[in-house]
Design a protein. Sequence first.
Length: 276
Amino acid sequence: MICDLHCHTTLSDGSLGIEDVIAQAKKMNIEYLSITDHDTMASFSRADVLGARHGVKIIHGVELSAWDKERSSKVHILCYAPKKPDRLEGLCLKSCEIRKACSKEMIEKVMEKYPITVESVLKYTTSSKSIFKQHIMRALIEYGYALEFYGDLDSELFNPQHGSCYVEREYPDVNFVLDLIHSAQGAAVMAHPAQYDNMELLEELAEKGKIDGVEIGHYTADEAYRKSLTEIAERYGLIVTGGSDFHGLYNCVPTHLGCESTTKENLDRIIKFSGK
């Protein structure tokens, strides 16, 4: 069984629409799929219809942006199978507004260096609920300032440590996000801890019983990191997930749907949250 619980569409920062993603999942023999667009649940009803059409079972999901105040760092939380998703709508809107404000400031900074237009960026965001760095890079590529999304120009402009045009603001506190997920009766899983160095936070949250699971199957985690995450998961009885984190054209490494999977045992634990 292939169960990919992490992928993105044009509703956030993916390059393929919902139907293309689900059709491709069927071609890859993926039985269970979760579309986890950033801070939006707009895929839910459409994905159910298309999943039934293509014979792919859909697990409702959303990747929520959060902030670790203790370490002043970003953290992403995957919410699966919320019974009361309306309780997350306000959080999603707030995070999308934060991201839009950051992106608009980044666009202004980029335009001081490269004569692109706002419209050249926004034309790639027509389906998205927000504006992402990938959309800005696509405009720069279109006008010939770069040949790739994650090369020297991306590092110069958008590296979180030294990028000349990078803008970041705090997202909602991770504890608040987790409380909201549980009020929505969803499963809260920390996404790709290696990407933002969230292992210490993960252990703190697990010890307090505030988080339900951790995504171990992800391209950012090497074998040593996966081993450490597995030890934490076993110690606290966490759900363990895996997913491709597929973004299509906007992937930062070659990644295809189904390249990471979640086991049937862990999927069943998630499904219990939805009562299906």
